[in-house]
Write a protein that binds this ligand. Structure first.
Ligand code: PMT
Length: 414
């Protein structure tokens, strides 16, 4: 039995030097039981022959809207697919897909599907870094497309830099994750549970005009909140970014600004929550005095005295009931694992989600994140770069498993 038994995957290959790696991706998918339907663009055929995919895939290569056996090949492929994987994806493909331009069989198939789509870009660094390409990527992520890579490394022509196709093992792992997460969203495994999530960065006022804050956008916390609600939980999201919060009938949004307001809102909900997830970036310090008038410019500079805020997570960790699952985050720029393990213990949590916010596309304000998770039983789980909704799904999967284990343990000792 393969992990992809019975799953239909359309493998779109576009014209880049990395097209040869799609051969290995195809072989791995087929070996794992998937039915792979390959589509080659005209450009792809310049780099790799049809015969290779004809021999390896589950059916013959298709290249055109007009010359195939099926009268409407794009709807046939798009409707039957469980997932579409574009590997490698050129800048042209990203642009056509974003703008909805049906330029060939592959782009037509991408438009004619409701299946999840994974796109693996590969191109030269200069192309990858073009604002237009980055905007296309950002927009596709916002629409729920999973982007895998690119990575840094050797490129065609002896160059080095960002733009190299991710390795086939990571690409196949992303296929597995997306196919499984698609299943998760159908199930209601959080039904009957109350989940409390904090999101966003607190703003500590200095005067009516200025504040001390941080770069958190609330995206990661909001992704957790909507994912939990989709899976059946009744969710309270305490957030500093209420206008950015997703909406769901099971999701109640509580707007706060300061660490103190966040603490009060969280403490008032925590006792009745089965899971508490502190994804917010809470300020560690707040000004001792807040001027009630705008502080004027002065040649002498300005001294602001700060005092520590309440550590909401540590306070919950020292008092939470044995049945509740408490999840903390650790935003680090160095010694990620060491610092995260310290926080796991000092804050008394069941699970800590550590993200290295100095890494590209990780942490504050990005649509993507990557994390290492440590739980109180000593388990370590690595979540590679993915959009925040997928990171949220993985965190909830692990938190739910911890809850089941904890309740089983409590049941056995009673
Ligand atoms: O919001 P995004 O733009 O999507 O970015 C996501 C994120 C980077 C903010 C998120 O992934 C993240 O790392 N959140 C935690 C940020 C943080 O404050 O980390 P920390 O290591 O300083 O704090 C550790 C934990 O203690 C956190 O769970 C925090 O919520 C909690 N804490 C911190 C201070 C405080 N006074 N009270 C707390 O409860």
């Amino acid at each position: 039995m393969g992990i992809f038994d019975g799953r239909r995957i359309v493998l779109g290959v576009t014209g880049g030097i990395a097209a040869y790696k799609a051969v290995e991706v195809c072989r791995r998918l087929v070996d794992a039981g998937a039915h792979v339907s390959p589509i080659l663009t005209k450009g792809a055929e310049k780099f790799i022959g049809r015969a290779t995919f004809d021999a390896l895939a589950s059916e013959k290569v298709q290249t055109s809207l007009w010359e195939e056996e099926h009268p409407i090949p794009h709807t046939n492929l798009g409707q039957k697919a469980d997932l579409i994987l574009v590997c490698p994806a050129t800048a042209r493909l990203l642009s056509d897909y974003r703008t909805g331009r049906s330029a060939d069989l592959l782009t037509a198939t991408l438009l004619a599907t409701r299946a999840p789509v994974i796109v693996c870009p590969a191109m030269h660094t200069e192309m990858w870094e073009q604002p237009s390409v980055q905007e296309n990527i950002k927009e596709l992520i916002q629409r729920g497309v999973e982007i895998v890579g690119p990575e840094e490394g050797r490129l065609a022509g002896g160059d080095d830099g960002a733009g190299r196709l991710s390795d086939p093992v990571s690409i196949v792992a992303a296929v597995e994750r997306v196919l499984n997460s698609g299943l998760n969203s159908q199930i209601q495994d959080f039904a009957g549970l109350q989940v409390l999530v904090s999101a966003g960065g607190t703003k500590e006022p200095i005067c009516p005009v200025r504040y001390i804050g941080n770069r958190s956008s609330g995206k990661q916390g909001h992704a957790i909140a909507i994912e939990a609600a989709t899976r059946g939980a009744v969710v309270t999201c305490v957030t500093t970014e209420p206008s950015q919060s997703p909406q769901h009938p099971h999701l109640r949004v509580v707007a706060v600004e300061t660490a103190d307001e966040m603490a009060q809102a969280v403490f008032s909900q925590a006792a009745k929550s089965d899971l508490v997830i502190m994804a917010a970036a809470v300020a560690d310090f707040t000004p001792v005095t807040k001027s009630d008038k705008k502080i004027k410019k002065s040649e002498e500079g300005l001294e602001i005295h700060l005092e520590p805020t309440v550590d909401i997570l540590a306070s919950l960790g020292s008092s939470h009931n044995g049945k509740q699952i408490l999840v903390g985050f650790a935003a680090e720029t160095n010694d990620l694992e060491e610092n995260a393990k310290k926080k796991l213990n000092t804050k008394g949590v069941d699970l800590i989600v550590a993200n290295d916010v100095s890494e590209a596309n990780v942490g504050f304000n990005h649509d993507t994140n990557a994390a290492v998770l440590f739980d109180s039983t000593g388990r370590r789980t690595e979540l590679p770069l993915a959009d925040k909704r997928h990171i949220a799904q993985a965190i909830l999967d692990i938190a739910l498993k911890l809850r089941v284990d904890k309740h089983r343990e409590i049941g056995e000792t009673q």
